[in-house]
Design a protein. Sequence first.
Length: 103
Amino acid sequence: MLWLASKLGTQKIADPVKYQSYECGIPVQEKKDTKISVKFYLTAILFIIFDIEIIFMYPWATTFKDSLAAGQGLYVLLSMGAFLLIFIFGLFWEVKSKALEWD
């Protein structure tokens, strides 16, 4: 019955505004070939890399106390130290190469 009522009811006329794209209150640009700076991609990739570093550090931090009790504390501490040393080197390289500076 609902299907029949929907077919017999008023027909909706499609509004052309409904099919236009909406960019959060910003007027839509007609140019489709605008170039995006590579700096945006570089910043996003660097953010993802250092975010993944934090993801790897969380399980280490939660299980470090258990590894101390098992007698493997020094090994776990040195392995995380090497991991952090690599990322600190990457951070210094980033600053030295001016990867995050905008012209």
